[in-house]
Design a protein around this ligand. Structure first.
Ligand code: FES
Length: 92
């Protein structure tokens, strides 16, 4: 993903917005990312990915999701259709 790709597709919160939120706000817990334009508070698909970004930041690593935006969006569509977390992993 690049900074203009949306991580939270429900609320159109981009990779860059989340990355900058982490740098600016220094959140103590991953759930604070919801204060970044409600990221993660919709369908829930993006939560594992938000957690991965948070962990990268907390570990002092570059914050970067290495997922293809098109397959990410397709996975989220399937997730919403099925209502299950199948395929909803930041490790996939
Ligand atoms: S994609 Fe983030 S809550 Fe639905």
């Amino acid at each position: 993903m690049n900074d203009t790709d949306n991580v939270c597709l429900c609320f159109h919160v981009s990779h860059g917005k989340i990355r900058r939120f982490l740098q600016r706000e220094q959140p103590q817990v991953v759930s604070k990312l919801s204060e970044c334009l409600d990221a993660g508070t919709g369908c829930g698909w993006c939560r594992p990915f938000l957690k991965q970004m948070y962990q990268q930041w907390a570990d002092g690593q570059p914050v970067q999701l290495t997922v293809n935006p098109a397959s990410y969006a397709t996975g989220r569509d399937r997730y919403k259709d099925r209502g299950t977390p199948e395929g909803n992993s930041a490790d996939a």
